[in-house]
Design a protein around this ligand. Sequence first.
Ligand code: ADP
Ligand code: MG
Length: 227
Amino acid sequence: REEMMFEHEKMRLVGELAAGLAHEIRNPLAILRGFLQHSKQRQYNIEPWYGLMIDEIIRMNKLTVEFLQFSKPDPSSYGIHSLHECLQKVVFLTGPKVADLGLELAYIVDKSDTQVRIDMSKMVQVFVNIVNNALEAEAKSGNGTVTLKLSKEESRVVVEVRDMGMGIREQDMKQIFNPFFTTKADGTGLGLSISKKIVQDHGGDIEVSSSPGRGTTFFVFLPVVSG
Ligand code: ADP
Ligand code: MG
């Protein structure tokens, strides 16, 4: 019964996200349509707007790609893995972005025997989302280093993602986990809402602490598998 509730809740959220997604995609579509119609009627040359049109298409693509992370069904993909293995993949996958932005990602392993029951690809995505946000914050301000730290408390594994970026404003704090909330020109606002849902599906949670102008730390907690 618990499982059914779980599925029901999930479907509700997917529906909510789908409605939001449709809304988010309508605007860029209307913009593209407008440009093309004007061009067809030879009212003006749209060539100077190609860049903007491509940006709108990139944005729609990003929205659908990120949305798929959430809705893609994969039933029995949970397995016992070390979270260290998961974070190594994250370091590897974020490598190109770290290099492109001229930043550094410091991975600190306090405890490596961190067995957790996870859907590996989903959990990798969670940390990629959080690290990407930290890198984007560092790219704007900060000292150039994002710190990823793996440690362990009694019954849970703790992953910390720390940046020295611009921080999160008090009034935004309440909203950052809401689908489609973004403060970025090219953001989707899906990363954190999807990540939180995935972590909660794993019996864990995400917390955040931030001081505006000084930086942000995200904490991800996951239950340890004993034995
Ligand atoms: P997106 O990155 O597409 O904007 P997210 O769901 O990943 O969407 O994040 C939502 C918002 O939370 C961001 O737009 C930003 O305002 C805020 N945020 C998340 N992580 C950080 C961070 N490390 N530093 C500052 N702001 C952050
Ligand atoms: Mg993001």
